[in-house]
Write a protein that binds this ligand. Structure first.
Ligand SMILES: [Zn+2]
Length: 817
C-alpha cells in the first residue's frame, strides 16, 4: 500500500490506463480452435494464483474450444508463446514495478516476442488482472450471478495486441453486504474486495471479560459511577479513553491479532453500538461544548485522539495496516481539534440516493468536505438496497456523479448495504465497474450490459425499461410522500412510494419487458430476458396489489353496478397480492439472481397482506342489501380464491352465521364507564380515551380517542388455531393537521405475552363518515416454534394532535371456519 499513500500525498491520479503499443505483431493465443499458448504459473504459486490461471483456461476454452495447457515456470522456460499468470521469474525480470502497485492492482504486459504477463503485487491483483484479460481480449462479461449470468462470446481465434495495461482501483476497498452464494462469486469477478474492517469492535478490543477485574478504570463513568459491562456482547457503553494504560492495552490486543493473522489488512476501531460514552472529567474536558449535528454530545475529539495513539502504536510493529471506524452517533462529526491519522478510515453513513435532492446533496457535500479537512482518507457507507423494493430502484447516473465526487474528495473505501436483486439488472454491475474507475462513461457501461444481456435487437427496450425506473427514482420520487429528507437512509421497509407508481408506468414496463423477451437473441440471452421478466412479474403484482390499498380508502360505491365492478377489481388485485407473496416465498428462492435476502415477513408494510383484498370491504353495505352483490361475494369466498378470507369474513357478518369470539363489540356499559371487557393503551400518556355517545356507530356508546399520539382499545382473546378476521368501524369527524394512521391487528401472543407476527391492516386516516377497517388470516398453533397462547385484538391510532378526535365502534373478531 506504499504507492497508495504516496499517490494520495502527491495528488497523483490513482488510475493509469496506458495502452502503449509498440513495434511487433499481436500475440495469437488460440488459432482456429487450437491452443497456441501455454499458461505459465510461478513455481511457488499459491492457491489463489493457481485458481486465477484455471479461470483463464476455463473461459478461453468456453469461448474457443481450445484448452491452454498450464505449466510450471521451470518447465516452460523460454519455450513458445506463454501467458505468465502471477509474478514468475520472467515477469520479475521485466522490471514492471509490480511492488509499487496497490494490492488489487495489476499489469498486463504483452511483448512482441509472444510473452504475456498478467500479474499483480498480490494474488488478488493477479486474479483481477485475469478478469481484465478475459473481459478485454476474450470479451467475457459477468452480467449476473447464476448459470446464465456469464456472457462468453465465441472466438475461434483469440489475438492479444502488443500493449501494456496498468490498473489500480480508485476505491481500494469495495464491499457490498447481503450477497449470498453465487452472488458473492459474481461480485468477486467484478472485482469486489473488502479490505477494511470498520464495524463495532471496541467491546472486543477492551473486553470486559479480560479487563474488568484488573483494570476497572478502562470502563466508563456513567451517572457518577463506574459501569462495568457484563461481557463483550453487551452494547451501550464505550471505554474510558482517558484511562491510564488503555492505549497500550488496545495496541497489544491489535498486535496480537495481526501476529496471528498476518494476511489481515485492517482492524476495526469502530465504537460499541448504542452510545454510552464515559462521563469522567478527563474525557468530558476533551469534548467541545456544542452538540454535534445529530444533536448528540460530540465525542469525536476524545475518540479520534485515542484512535490516533493506538494506531501509532500498532504501526510501529505492523506498518501496512488500515483502521476503519464508523463516523456515526457521538463520533459522527469530524473532530475539531484533532487531525485523524492517515491510516484511519472513518466511514460516513448515508443513503446517497437522497442526494437527488439538491439541499441534501449540498449538506452531504459540506459534511464530506469538513471531514476531508480532518481526515486524509475517508470511507463511505451507503444504503443501496434492492430486494426489499417493490419496483426496480436504480439511479445509475446520480450514482456515477457521487462516486466521482467521492473520489475527488479523499474517499477511498466504499461499503454499501446492498441486499441485491437482479430485477434491477445492471445496478450492481455498473456500481462495481465505477468503484474500480468512476471516470468510466456510465452510458457506455449501461449500453454494453443491455446488449450483452439480451442482444442488440432487444437492448433498446431494456435500456428504456430501466430509464423509466431511473426517472421515477431520481426525479418523480421527490414529489412522493414516502421520500423523507430526514434520517440516514430511505425507508426500504415501507412501500408507500407505490402510491406514486401509475397504471401507465406498469403498462409501459410490461410492454417493454415483453418486447425484450420477444426480441432477445441467443438462448442465453433469452434466458436472461425471461429472468428479468420474471422479476417484473413481482414488480407488476406489487404495483397492482398496492393500488387495491388505495381503492380501499375511496368512498363506498354509489350503485349496485359500481359495487359489482369494485368486487371484480378487488378480485384481480387480490390475485396480484397473492401472486407477489408466492413469487417471493416459492419461486424466487429457486433463482440465485432473484432471491430476496431480506425476509419480508419481518416487515408487515412490505408483505402487504392488506394491499390486495382490502377494497372488498367497501362493498359491505351493498352486500347487505343487494342479492347480486351478495352472490358475487359468495363466489369470491371460495377457498381457492385470493379474496376468500375477506369475502368469507363479510359473509359471516352479513349472514350472522357466527358470533364474535371477542366480547362487547359496541363498547356498551350501563354506567357510561370504560367497559370491563376492553383495555386502553395510551403510549407516553399523551391524549385520552373514553366511551362517549357521540362516538357511537351502533348502540349508545363508542370509543372517543382525543389527542392520542399513539394508542387504542384492545382486548385479549383465547382462541384455537384457525382462520379469523377482525373488523372495526372508524370515523374521523374533522380534518387532521398531520398524517394519522389507523392499524387494526390480530396479534398472536406467546406464553410470555410477547408479540408474534400476525395480520394487520393500516390506513391513513381521512375526515369523513364512518368507514370499515378489516383484517384477517390463519392463526396457527405455533409461530417460529413458539406456541400461540392467545391473541390481542387491537386498533392503534398514530399521530393525533391536540384536540383531534377519532371514533371507534363495533370492533370484533370472528372465527371463519
Ligand atoms: Zn473517561
Amino acid at each position: 500500500m506504499k504507492t497508495f499513500c504516496t499517490m494520495l500525498a502527491s495528488g497523483m491520479i490513482l488510475l493509469s490506463f496506458a495502452p502503449a503499443a509498440w513495434a511487433g505483431g499481436p500475440v495469437r493465443i488460440v488459432e482456429d480452435g487450437q491452443p497456441r499458448a501455454a499458461v505459465v504459473v510461478p513455481t511457488d504459486a499459491d492457491e489463489q494464483t493457481k485458481a486465477a490461471a484455471a479461470l483463464l483456461v476455463r473461459y478461453v476454452k468456453e469461448s474457443s474450444g481450445a484448452e491452454l495447457p498450464v505449466v510450471d515456470e521451470k518447465a516452460a522456460a523460454g519455450k513458445g508463446v506463454a501467458i505468465h499468470v502471477g509474478p514468475d521469474g520472467y515477469a520479475k525480470g521485466l522490471g514492471l514495478a509490480l511492488e509499487k502497485l496497490d494490492d488489487d492492482g495489476f499489469m498486463i504486459h504483452v511483448s512482441a516476442a509472444g510473452q504475456v504477463v498478467v500479474a499483480g503485487r498480490t494474488p488478488w491483483g493477479t486474479e483481477f488482472g485475469v478478469c481484465e484479460f478475459l473481459e478485454r481480449y476474450v470479451g467475457v462479461r459477468w452480467l449476473m450471478p447464476g448459470s446464465d449470468g456469464d456472457d462468453v462470446p465465441e472466438h475461434k481465434t483469440i489475438v492479444v495486441p502488443v500493449e501494456q495495461v496498468r490498473q489500480e482501483p480508485a476505491f481500494f476497498s469495495r464491499q457490498f453486504s447481503g450477497l449470498s452464494g453465487p452472488q458473492s462469486l459474481w461480485a468477486r469477478r467484478n472485482r469486489m474486495h473488502a479490505r477494511v474492517s470498520f464495524h463495532h469492535n471496541l467491546q472486543k478490543l477492551i473486553a470486559p471479560e479480560k479487563h474488568a477485574r484488573t483494570h476497572p478504570e478502562f470502563f466508563p463513568i456513567r451517572g457518577g459511577k463506574r459501569y462495568i459491562p457484563p461481557d463483550s456482547n453487551t452494547h451501550g457503553w464505550q471505554p474510558c479513553f482517558s484511562a491510564a494504560g488503555i492505549v497500550e492495552a488496545a495496541v497489544g490486543e491489535i498486535c496480537r491479532y495481526f501476529d496471528a493473522h498476518p494476511d489481515a489488512t485492517s482492524c476495526s476501531l469502530g465504537v460499541v453500538d448504542s452510545s454510552g460514552h464515559c462521563e469522567c472529567q478527563a474525557c468530558q474536558a476533551k469534548d467541545p461544548p456544542e452538540k454535534n449535528f445529530l444533536g448528540r454530545r460530540d465525542c469525536s475529539d476524545r475518540y479520534y485522539d485515542w484512535c490516533n495513539r493506538v494506531v501509532e502504536g500498532v504501526l510501529r510493529k505492523h506498518p501496512d495496516k488500515w483502521f476503519g471506524c464508523l463516523a456515526y452517533s457521538e463520533v459522527a462529526q469530524a473532530p475539531s481539534r484533532v487531525k485523524v491519522h492517515p491510516r484511519i478510515i472513518p466511514y460516513m453513513t448515508y443513503d446517497r440516493m437522497k442526494w437527488i435532492d439538491p439541499d441534501l446533496r449540498a449538506e452531504g457535500q459540506r459534511m464530506t468536505e469538513t471531514w476531508q479537512a480532518a481526515s486524509p482518507v475517508l470511507g463511505w457507507y451507503d444504503y443501496i438496497y434492492g430486494s426489499s423494493y417493490c419496483v426496480p430502484r436504480v439511479w445509475f447516473h446520480a450514482m456515477s456523479d457521487y462516486y466521482r465526487y467521492a473520489h475527488a474528495h479523499a474517499v477511498r473505501a466504499m461499503y454499501a448495504e446492498a441486499y441485491p436483486n437482479w430485477g434491477e439488472g445492471p445496478k450492481l454491475y455498473v456500481s462495481l465497474k465505477l468503484l474500480w474507475d468512476p471516470r468510466q462513461d456510465v452510458d457506455a457501461l449501461l449500453r454494453d450490459w443491455c446488449v450483452r444481456a439480451v442482444g442488440a435487437e432487444a437492448a433498446g427496450d431494456l435500456a428504456a425499461y430501466f430509464a423509466l425506473w431511473e426517472d421515477f427514482w431520481t426525479r418523480r420520487i421527490l414529489q412522493s410522500k414516502w421520500f423523507s429528507k430526514r434520517g440516514q437512509y430511505l425507508a426500504f421497509n415501507r412501500a408507500d412510494y407505490l402510491a406514486d407508481v401509475s397504471d401507465q408506468d406498469v403498462a409501459r414496463s410490461r410492454a417493454l419487458i415483453d418486447s425484450v423477451v420477444r426480441n432477445a437473441g441467443t438462448p442465453r440471452q433469452k434466458a436472461r430476458a425471461r429472468l428479468l421478466a420474471l422479476a417484473f412479474e413481482y414488480y407488476e403484482a406489487s404495483a397492482v396489489a398496492y393500488a387495491g390499498k388505495k381503492t380501499a380508502q375511496e368512498p363506498a360505491p354509489s350503485s349496485e353496478a359500481d359495487a359489482l365492478r369494485l368486487l371484480e377489481r378487488a378480485q384481480r388485485v387480490a390475485d396480484m397480492g397473492a401472486k407477489r407473496q408466492r413469487l417471493v416465498s416459492e419461486v424466487f428462492p429457486r433463482h440465485p439472481e432473484l432471491l430476496h435476502p431480506i425476509d419480508f415477513k419481518r416487515y408487515p408494510a412490505l408483505r402487504g397482506d392488506d394491499w390486495g383484498a382490502a377494497s372488498i370491504w367497501a362493498a359491505f353495505d351493498w352486500a347487505a342489501r343487494s342479492r347480486k352483490v351478495r352472490d358475487c361475494l359468495r363466489e369470491l369466498a371460495d377457498p381457492s380464491r385470493a379474496t376468500s378470507l375477506s369475502a368469507k369474513s363479510m359473509l359471516v357478518m352479513l349472514d350472522k352465521t357466527s358470533q364474535p369470539v371477542s366480547k362487547n363489540p359496541s363498547f356498551e356499559d350501563a354506567g357510561g364507564k370504560w367497559p370491563a371487557d376492553w383495555s386502553r393503551w395510551i403510549k407516553w400518556g399523551t391524549g385520552s380515551m373514553e366511551v362517549a355517545p357521540r362516538a357511537a356507530c351502533s348502540g349508545k356508546l363508542g370509543v372517543l380517542c382525543r389527542g392520542v399520539k399513539r394508542g387504542g382499545p384492545l382486548q385479549s382473546v383465547q382462541v384455537p388455531p384457525g382462520r379469523y378476521s377482525a373488523v372495526a368501524m372508524v370515523r374521523v369527524p374533522k380534518p387532521l393537521k398531520g398524517d394519522v394512521t389507523l392499524t387494526l391487528s390480530i396479534t398472536p401472543l406467546d406464553a410470555k405475552g410477547a408479540n408474534l407476527p400476525g395480520p394487520s391492516t393500516t390506513i391513513h386516516a381521512r375526515a369523513g363518515d364512518w368507514m370499515r377497517l378489516a383484517t384477517g388470516d390463519s392463526i396457527p398453533a405455533a409461530i417460529d416454534g413458539k406456541p400461540v397462547k392467545s391473541v390481542r385484538l387491537i386498533l392503534v391510532v398514530d399521530g393525533l394532535q391536540g384536540d383531534e378526535e377519532l371514533h371507534v365502534d363495533d370492533m370484533a373478531m370472528f372465527r371463519l371456519d
